[in-house]
Design a protein around this ligand. Structure first.
Ligand code: PLP
Length: 421
């Protein structure tokens, strides 16, 4: 099936007389006729649902769909994107070890890694997504067990060369984990460029309507865990009577361990209702991404030609330093998020925001409705202009998430807002 068809059809095949739409299995537990059958499930000797913290039929259908969209062997939904990042890393990196991470990652990811996981004993080295091969190489050491990047970064819109990063990670005997939230598998499939694990915040384009938080981890099934660096996958797990994940689950060892070990212990499970809502979003993902990208391209070009705008950052613009790389990796477009700077600094940027009518001010990005955020007067308001520049947020920067409305209406809103500046 083509990817548009997978969005609609994958993951759930009803049998005779069963609901056509994935049902919401709003149940924590499942019934069995003998204690022995249930015991086998606990020992991982049989397959089946027994407690929703580990697996649930609604989640299962959506996990299969997302695994199919990314081209992986398995997926696991989580309660939020943050939980996906946490589990993706801690599934293979223990205290005393080290991760190479792109310095241009989502702020929540940066805090999780640089503070919380550091406090738990995992070390990080951050490298620019556009660093040279030598710079990236020198970030690795003998304790490194994973490399983590974002394909298109939030909010700086850097495009990461996934082919290059995966080659370097593999040369150091570690997998590449890619946060693919912004382009989604519609525009970019990291496994086709050598990545090993993909994560998403499904709260963004995948859900697409800003109704449910969620995350997902997808396993390509391609990484060879038997190189000696990953004993947690290749040596017995005593909490399951000595199961060896790579023996028992073959090329789905990583995602199986994420579920039966870390989801069991952390309990960051997605709710069945949220999985149901996510699935409805996924059905239209291909249609929506096409419109998000077409609208964003037009708005980015319009802003670039306005004499009231100082700069525009969008990988679809020829002026972007990532234009060629984006065209190569993502020929159908990147995403609907643009950042731009208003002439006249912090104050003018704030008044442009206030002049906008259709584009609402919210902290979310990547849903159906056009929205804007001015970091300098909201998320970063405590910082001085100099401090803003130091952390990569220009005082006059606006982050714009272009929705799927008729583009003429979005354009008109910006025209009137710029005119009265
Ligand atoms: C929002 C976001 C996250 C975190 O996801 P939540 O669902 O908000 O926990 C992670 N990565 C990226 C790129 C994001 O945009």
């Amino acid at each position: 099936m083509k990817i548009e068809t997978k969005c609609v059809q994958s993951g759930y095949q009803p049998k005779n007389g069963e609901p056509r739409v994935v049902p919401i299995a709003q149940s924590t537990t499942y019934s069995y006729d003998s204690a022995e059958t249930l015991g086998k499930l606990f020992d991982l000797e049989a397959d089946g649902f027994f407690y929703t913290r580990l697996a649930n039929p609604t989640l299962d259908a959506v996990e299969k769909k997302i695994a199919d969209l990314e081209g992986g062997v398995g997926a696991m939904l989580t309660s939020a994107g943050q939980a996906a990042s946490l589990i993706a890393v801690t599934n293979i990196v223990k205290s005393g070890y080290h991760v190479v991470c792109s310095s241009a990652v989502y702020g929540g990811t940066f805090n999780l890694f640089n503070k919380t996981l550091r406090d738990l004993g995992i070390d990080f080295t951050f490298v620019r997504p556009d660093a040279t091969q030598e710079e990236i190489n020198s970030a690795f050491n003998e304790k490194t067990r994973a490399c983590f990047v974002e394909s298109v970064t939030n909010p700086s819109l850097d495009v990461t060369d996934i082919e290059l990063f995966s080659k370097i990670a593999h040369s150091h005997n570690v997998p590449l984990i890619v946060d693919n939230t912004f382009p989604t598998p519609i525009n970019f499939r990291p496994f086709e460029w050598g990545a090993d694990i993909v994560i998403h915040s499904t709260s963004k384009y995948m859900d697409g309507h800003a109704v449910s938080l969620g995350g997902v981890i997808v396993d390509s099934g391609n990484y060879d865990w038997s190189n000696g660096n990953f004993p947690m996958l290749t040596e017995p797990d005593e909490t399951y009577h000595g199961v060896v994940y790579t023996d028992h689950f073959g090329n789905a060892a990583y995602i199986a361990k994420a579920r039966v070990h870390l989801m069991r212990d952390f309990g960051a499970q997605a709710a069945p209702m949220n999985a149901f809502l996510l699935n409805i979003g996924l059905e239209t993902l291909a249609l929506r991404m096409e419109r998000h990208c077409a609208n964003a391209q037009r708005i980015a070009e319009f802003l670039e030609n306005s004499d009231k705008i100082e700069w525009v950052n969008y990988p679809g613009l020829k002026s972007s330093k990532y234009y060629a790389l984006a065209k190569k990796m993502m020929p159908n477009g990147t995403c609907g998020v643009i950042s731009f700077g208003v002439k006249g600094g912090r104050e003018k940027a704030a008044s442009l925001m206030e002049n906008l009518k259709l584009a609402k001010i919210v902290t979310h990005v990547a849903d159906a409705r056009t929205c804007v955020l001015h970091p300098a007067s909201t998320t970063h308001r405590q910082l001085s202009d100099q401090q803003l520049v130091d952390c990569g947020v220009a005082p006059n920067m606006i982050r714009l998430s272009v929705g799927i409305e008729n583009c003429d209406d979005i354009m008109e809103d910006f025209e009137q807002a710029l005119k009265s500046l």
